[in-house]
Design a protein. Structure first.
Lengths: 131, 173
């Protein structure tokens, strides 16, 4: 289950980087951008998710139970920020020219879906299901 | 905004405020830990019971890897501030690639060093030496970005305010 979570986490990360590259490529992180995603929101989401992933890799290697909970707790604000950005992205699709308005729908939905699966798998692992 | 000025501004306060970037502060952790680790490696071969040095060296490598990953996250934020297609951007990509490779080499070194040896073997020691040399090159390029091209360094007008003597009329230049 821990390895499954690692795989879904990595797939989620790839989707995130695809969106990040498109967003930065259209200047979403520059001051005065017409986008609705603030750089602090985007990068906090990225940083916490990346730290969580590192904690999860250490958990998989070291098998220290507390680390699974640390990873789960880190993922909660990540998920909250993700939902907030998803809501803003839905709004921005009507604003042509926003850097995030051209994110491909399958990437956005896939990212959210794999993120949700990851969160559930991490929680189940932390609780000890399947041991 | 001129291209150069955009590289001076943080893309988010997570990267530190203007004139106080987080990345160069964090890189002190892996640089210090990995240099100390190498000193421990060599020392473990010189003293009679070097077990504690070999053990400490592995801890320092692990500490350095975690510090490097934290520094990499902050460094990524400074990378995206640099306009693509410029010399500074190309150097930044090279700097990132070298340092991520170095971090990977130390990750391998950490894994190789299980067990409880009385001294650090030649294999892990040479690996650390190679990684440390790479760190020197990566660090040099980081220095070029900061001190030659002024990435995340405050502009000259801001710098000038540090050179006004108390009580003297401000210079116009």
């Amino acid at each position: 289950m821990a390895i499954a979570a690692l795989i879904t986490w990595l797939i989620t990360a790839v989707g995130g980087f695809v969106m990040l590259a498109g967003w930065i490529g259209r200047g979403g992180h520059r001051p005065g951008s017409s986008g609705r995603l603030s750089p602090t929101m985007v990068f906090t989401h990225l940083l916490l998710a990346a730290v969580g992933l590192i904690v999860w890799i250490i958990y998989v290697a070291a098998d220290t139970d507390a680390l699974a909970w640390v990873a789960f707790i880190l993922l909660l604000p990540v998920a909250l920020l993700g939902f907030t950005m998803f809501a803003r992205w839905l709004g921005s699709r009507r604003t042509s020219g926003a850097p995030e308005s051209r994110f491909p729908m399958p990437v956005v939905l896939g990212h959210g879906l794999f993120a949700a699966v990851t969160l559930v798998l991490v929680l189940l692992t932390a609780v000890g299901v399947g041991e | 905004m001129r291209l150069m000025d955009s590289a001076k501004q943080p893309v988010t306060t997570l990267a530190g405020s203007y004139g106080h970037p987080v990345h160069p502060a964090l890189v002190a952790v892996p640089i210090g830990a990995w240099i100390a680790s190498f000193v421990f490696d060599v020392a473990s071969r010189l003293v009679s019971d070097g077990h504690f040095l070999a053990e400490g060296s592995r801890w320092l490598i692990g500490l350095g890897v975690l510090g490097a990953l934290a520094a990499a996250l902050a460094g990524f934020l400074d990378l995206v501030a640099i306009p693509p297609g410029t010399r500074a951007f190309r150097i930044a990509i090279t700097h990132m690639s070298i340092n991520l490779t170095v971090t990977g080499l130390y990750g391998v070194g950490f894994a190789l060093r299980g067990g409880s040896a009385d001294r650090v073997g030649w294999g892990p020691l040479v690996l650390s030496a190679v990684a440390l040399a790479g760190l020197g090159v990566g660090g040099w390029l980081g220095g070029t970005l900061a001190f030659r091209y002024g990435v995340r360094v405050a502009d000259e007008a801001t710098q000038r305010t540090g050179y006004v003597r108390a009580g003297s009329p401000e210079e116009d230049s």
